[in-house]
Design a protein around this ligand. Structure first.
Ligand code: SIN
Length: 534
């Protein structure tokens, strides 16, 4: 639905950042060096995917490594769909950004004064920095939140849900928010930066927190911004699978340190799927785990840590050790039951290499953005780096381009989905998650995709309810699922995280990216960056 809001009496602030993961917090801090920033987040500042990130930050800092090697690994993992220019930016600007994090006080783990690096899947070198063992995201978030809270240039608005972007003749003017007391607020800014994270909540099993409901993709799409690569959803191969226990990430670094995957018959299976065995690209490991689960009729496989020994387990993975212990599982004595879980969306709001989207004055960075850096399958631990590098590029752009509106219209438009019966929100969300988990998950095929498409169009009840965050989140998940289905149906091949039983091989004719906007669906050659005329 489309509503109009009056702008009388409203002030246009310089910068508005929506979201508080690494991309939102870091970009707000950087922009605050040049002007005032308002940071809006739908929960508390610390509640984001970043906080739950365990493995770390991939960056070529050690003497045995180089940005060129990092580039090659990223391109390989991306299965032919990375934009080379974006990967070049990531690996070459990454080291400076990480040094900045260190200067900000992020306590990356060191030994004898030197940063410790670990190896993760599909990396040719140990290049993943971590903090407090397996609590890297929590430590980064804690450090950045403190800096944001004490920065006089930044106004923080927690518990403000972004309902819709405000648009008019000159592009995006800001956002309409809803708070816990149902108050609506219009926030206007010369530059609006989306940093709202991913969409893991589309699935029953996800490593993502409750807040990851694909909001940014929906906000941008309704505002007219093209989105791309939404068929590529990454499933992490190893999330804890215990009865009546929340889904909890078991970092890939456990395999990097020697963890072995075994099926229900205790047989090691990864070497028969890929020469890199447990350290094969993430999509390969996730699919292999699922196939072993299906073969043995179990809902999990096992991650055997016996090669690591109790001391290393407790020292290197204190967070996983304590969490599993709290569920009655001592991982120094028993293997961990694990299964794949939705983890990361490679696609998102299409951006150029300075975070600009297809709508003037609207930028995006972090998981919600798609600069082309991850292709069809993100290399492990490249996501935190992505948030930093492309967040910083937004600063670079805004430092060199004075953005302002010629005129503030008397009224702005706010467009969002409002089409189902509000009484059904909880049940509908569960039905959608069940459907996505079976038909839009690790293995897909024509029949299931059509079934999902039918559900998403046939259950549209066209009633306009009271707006609540729960209701709006469900609508955003539905829109995300619709966009995913459209792209997954079109891509009649298997590539990276998109695997189709009916088209099990990659098709060179599909070495291109799918873009969707309210105007329709098209494709773009893989080497072609998104370019916008503003
Ligand atoms: C992990 O720690 O295994 C996750 C890291 C990532 O998703 O990059």
């Amino acid at each position: 639905m489309k509503i109009t809001v009056a702008t009388t009496g409203l002030k246009v602030a310089p910068f508005l950042v929506i979201g508080s993961g690494i991309a939102g917090l870091y970009t707000a801090l950087k922009l605050a060096e040049i002007a005032e920033v308002t940071l809006v987040t739908k929960e508390t500042l610390k509640e984001s995917n970043t906080t739950y990130a365990q493995g770390g930050v991939a960056v070529a800092l050690s003497a045995s490594d180089s940005p060129d090697l990092h580039y090659i690994d990223t391109i390989k993992a991306g299965a032919g769909l990375c934009l080379p220019a974006a990967v070049d930016v990531l690996v070459n600007e990454g080291p400076e950004r990480v040094k900045e994090l260190l200067a900000m006080g992020v306590p990356f783990d060191t030994e004898a004064g030197a940063l410790v690096t670990t190896r993760e899947a599909a990396h040719s070198r140990p290049r993943v920095l971590h903090a407090d063992g397996d609590a890297t995201g929590r430590e980064i978030s804690k450090t950045l939140v403190k800096l944001v809270q004490t920065n006089p240039q930044i106004t923080v608005m927690e518990n403000h849900y972004a309902v819709a972007l405000l648009t008019g003749a000159e592009g995006c003017y800001g956002v309409l928010t809803l708070d816990e007391n149902q108050n609506q607020t219009c926030l206007l800014a010369q530059a609006t930066i989306l940093a709202t994270g991913g969409c893991g909540q589309l699935y029953l099993n996800t490593t993502n927190p409750e807040v990851a409901t694909g909001d940014g993709v929906a906000l941008a799409f309704h505002a007219g911004a093209p989105v791309a690569d939404l068929e590529f959803v990454q499933f992490h191969p190893t999330a804890l699978r215990l009865p009546d226990t929340p889904c909890f990430l078991i970092t890939e670094a456990v395999r990097g340190e020697g963890g072995i995957l075994r099926n229900a018959h205790e047989d090691r299976f990864m070497p028969s799927y890929h020469h890199q065995a447990e350290l094969a690209p993430r999509d390969v490991v996730a699919r292999s785990v699922l196939l072993e689960m299906l073969k043995t009729g179990n809902d999990h496989v096992y991650l055997d840590l016996s090669l690591l020994g109790p001391e290393l387990i407790k020292h290197r993975f204190p967070n996983i050790y304590e969490t599993c212990l709290s569920y009655g599982l001592d991982i120094t004595k028993a293997p961990i039951p694990v299964a794949p879980a939705a983890h990361y969306m490679m696609g998102g709001v299409a951006t150029d290499l300075y975070g600009r989207t297809g709508v003037p004055h609207l930028f995006a960075c972090g998981e919600v953005a798609n600069s082309g850096v991850h292709g069809a399958n993100r290399l492990a631990s490249n996501s935190l780096l992505d948030g930093l590098v492309f967040g910083h590029r937004i600063l670079t752009y805004l430092q060199t381009h004075q953005l302002s509106f010629n005129q503030l219209p008397a009224e702005l438009e706010a467009t969002f989905s409002a089409e189902t019966n509000p009484a059904q929100v909880t049940a509908d969300r569960l039905t959608l998650q069940q459907l996505a988990s079976t038909e839009l998950g690790i293995i897909r095929q024509e029949n299931g995709l059509c079934q999902a498409q039918h559900y998403l169009t046939a259950t549209d009840l066209k009633q306009v309810p009271t707006l609540t965050p729960d209701y709006l989140e469900l609508q955003n998940l539905r829109l995300f699922a619709q966009l995913l289905v459209t792209a997954a149906c079109a891509r009649q091949e298997s590539r990276g995280s998109h695997y189709r039983l009916d088209y099990p091989d990659p098709n060179p004719a599909w070495t291109k990216r799918i873009i969707q906007s309210p105007q329709g669906t098209s494709t773009i050659p893989v080497e072609q960056p998104f370019t916008w005329r503003w």
